[in-house]
Design a protein around this ligand. Structure first.
Ligand SMILES: Cc1cc2nc3c(=O)[nH]c(=O)nc-3n(C[C@H](O)[C@H](O)[C@H](O)COP(=O)(O)OP(=O)(O)OC[C@H]3O[C@@H](n4cnc5c(N)ncnc54)[C@H](O)[C@@H]3O)c2cc1C
Length: 380
């Protein structure tokens, strides 16, 4: 693995920084970003921002040109993720479209599905949600209960419910998993418009950032066969691909470092950073974030060179989560005023990461996968 950025990658990062600065409106830090990236305000703004990025060829630069991209260096997707995270993720939920929904469609969609969705995603005007987790449990996807039953005319009738479906109140489409058979893993993928009759979204309050706590109900929703992606009951490899990308695609360590620096700046300004105990903890968190960064880069390097990552993706995810947890404890101990109206960047980071050990796969499940996949320990 090469540890330095190339001149082209540095230039691309600089171009992104300049563009972000040019595009973000004056009220970004006062009226939009403090609501969090899953909020109505930020999702609505993402439709403007991503369309502007797309016009400048910066939204899906690393996609193949046949799908509206620029055949760019695969690392550009990662640099984009870092710079967007640093700016407060003005793409809102559209990071998912760029990172894995689009690529999954390229690999597994029918020509009609590609024609319908990829140009729209590349235009930066469409919001997706991900309907995987259910009230009965998110870790055990094979235990899924939402059913898609074949009708005589070939269409499916979908009944069930999904929970935690981030962005669903404002999404145009759902990347939905549903059971199409009795065997444990007989699951299929449907790409459905959220406007279909029989879909209802209920939002409930909670501590984590806005936009995540939703339950989506599907009652006799009629879905044509043309909306199924991949063969019936054969969704598993696509799910595995999606989950891998989800685990290491959000540059949490990057925003973590910005948040740590802001905490330290506040402590210095208040004359509290001379305390050795505080300095040791801040130094330890900086080292943990750096370890998370390098492990994540290692995973991206594997993806670029081999097309996929292995258990290193789980290791990188656990490492970044551990760093995030320590940073949260630091905020709570030393800059708690940020949680009640102080620095909104610290506040938003704290709230958004309250669930960082659950979202995109529970921490303990990741540890099990590492125990088995990296340490060769027996499963029981
Ligand atoms: C902010 C946020 C946003 C989310 N957005 C989405 C979304 O958009 N779409 C979506 O589909 N889902 C989403 N999720 C759901 C997320 O994927 C699930 O929360 C996660 O998969 C865990 O599932 P669960 O909450 O049902 O917990 P469970 O699977 O019920 O697990 C509960 C506890 O049991 C432990 N556990 C479970 N199985 C094992 C095991 N095999 N070994 C060891 N311990 C185990 C877990 O560690 C956990 O502590 C989101 C979650 C959060 C927090």
């Amino acid at each position: 693995m090469e540890f330095a950025w190339t001149a082209e990658q540095d230039a691309y990062r600089q171009k992104l920084k300049t563009t972000i600065e040019e595009l973000l409106p004056d009220n970004w830090t006062t009226d939009i970003a403090p609501h969090s990236y899953g909020s109505k305000e930020q999702i609505e703004y993402s439709r403007t921002f991503c369309a502007q990025l797309a016009e400048r060829g910066l939204l899906v630069q690393q996609w193949p040109s046949e799908y509206g991209g620029g055949d760019g260096d695969p690392w550009q997707q990662w640099i984009l993720a870092e710079e967007m995270m640093l700016a407060g993720e003005p793409r809102g939920p559209q990071y998912m479209n760029v990172n894995w929904i689009g690529p999954a469609l390229m690999a597994h969609g029918t020509p009609e599905q590609k024609a319908e969705h990829l140009a729209r995603i590349a235009s930066g005007k469409v919001v997706w949600c991900q309907g995987f987790s259910e009230p009965g449990g998110g870790s055990d996807l094979a235990g899924m209960k939402t059913k898609a039953e074949r009708q005589e005319d070939g269409s499916y009738l979908i009944n069930g419910s999904k929970i935690w479906t981030s962005y669903s109140p404002f999404a145009d489409y759902c990347f939905l998993l549903a059971r199409t058979g009795e065997q444990k893993k007989a699951i299929s993928i449907f790409l459905i418009p959220m406007s279909l009759k029989g879909i209802e979204v209920h939002t409930f309050p909670g501590l984590v950032g806005k936009g995540h706590l939703n339950q989506v109900y599907f009652t006799d929703v009629v879905v044509p066969e043309s909306m199924r992606m991949g063969e019936e009951g054969q969704a598993w490899p696509i799910i595995t691909y999606a989950l891998r990308f989800e685990r290491v695609s959000v540059a949490r360590f990057h925003i973590g470092r910005k948040v740590l620096d802001r905490c330290v700046a506040q402590l210095q300004a208040e004359g509290r950073f001379s305390d050795t105990a505080v300095r040791v903890r801040a130094g330890r968190i900086a080292a943990l974030l750096e370890a998370g960064r390098l492990l994540s880069y290692y995973v991206i390097d594997q993806r670029v060179k081999q097309g996929s990552d292995d258990v290193n993706g789980n290791i990188a995810r656990v490492s970044v989560s551990a760093a995030t947890m320590e940073l949260q404890a630091f905020i709570m101990d030393y800059v708690p005023d940020a949680l009640t109206g102080g620095d909104y960047v610290i506040n938003e980071f704290f709230r958004a990461n309250l669930s960082s050990t659950i979202a995109a796969g529970a921490y303990e499940v990741q540890l099990n996968l590492i125990a088995h996949g990296a340490l060769n320990l027996p499963r029981s």
